[in-house]
Design a binder for this molecule. Sequence first.
Ligand SMILES: Nc1ncnc2c1ncn2[C@@H]1O[C@H](COP(=O)(O)OP(=O)(O)OP(=O)(O)O)[C@@H](O)[C@H]1O
Length: 226
Amino acid sequence: MPLIEFAEVTHAFGDGPAVLEDVTVSLHERRIGIIGGNGSGKSTFVRMINGLVVPEAGTVRVDGDSTANQARRIRRKVGFCFTNPDSQIVMPTVAEDVAFGLRRLKISKTEVQERVAAILETYGLKQLADRPAHTLSGGQKQLLALASVVVTEPEVLILDEPTTLLDLSNERRIRREIEQLDLQVILVTHHLHLLDGFDRTLVFHQGRLVADDHPDQARTTYRALI
Ligand SMILES: Nc1ncnc2c1ncn2[C@@H]1O[C@H](COP(=O)(O)OP(=O)(O)OP(=O)(O)O)[C@@H](O)[C@H]1O
């Protein structure tokens, strides 16, 4: 698993208050959960892993590369799935959107088509392949966003609240898929049950990393905080 290292990371947006303060942590487990109240800094923390946010103070490294100057290299390893799928859908149709992520891998057109077909099947989107992506429902878009990242086979998959719009059956589907993926998963969620079977869970509170534990203990700490 890649090694993600935060060293004395502090960050504020503009003139605002610090949204992360003095975070030092190393992550290398297969399944890592991130929990905490609204505005506690979870999204900012995970956005730092692939350089979407570069900290004002301190460093974030992935396998030794700093996000401050190696973000492109890091993004080849680290796939990111946003809470709002609209921010991620870039191509007109569902199949084209999935294929878009594969453009920089030097693979044949046939292989692209095969990979796209396989992932659409897995995520229950096969019937929607030729639909304009913007006409999908919120949950279908969330599945599409996830499929489009997973198809690129990243080494690390960051999921920022990936199930907020999903019904029970699709949440179960995503949970099963996540369990099976042979890569490092970092999951930000308010759905605490999704962390069952995870190796480790971090709890954020008002910009500070206040617990770093087995999910059961971390969930107890979080419940006591709110
Ligand atoms: N681009 C930005 N510009 C200014 N402030 C921001 C920006 N992004 C986040 N913030 C602020 O940083 C703080 C932490 O936000 P963050 O999105 O990291 O929290 P979160 O724990 O993911 O919250 P939630 O559970 O509500 O998604 C919030 O007060 C938020 O308003």
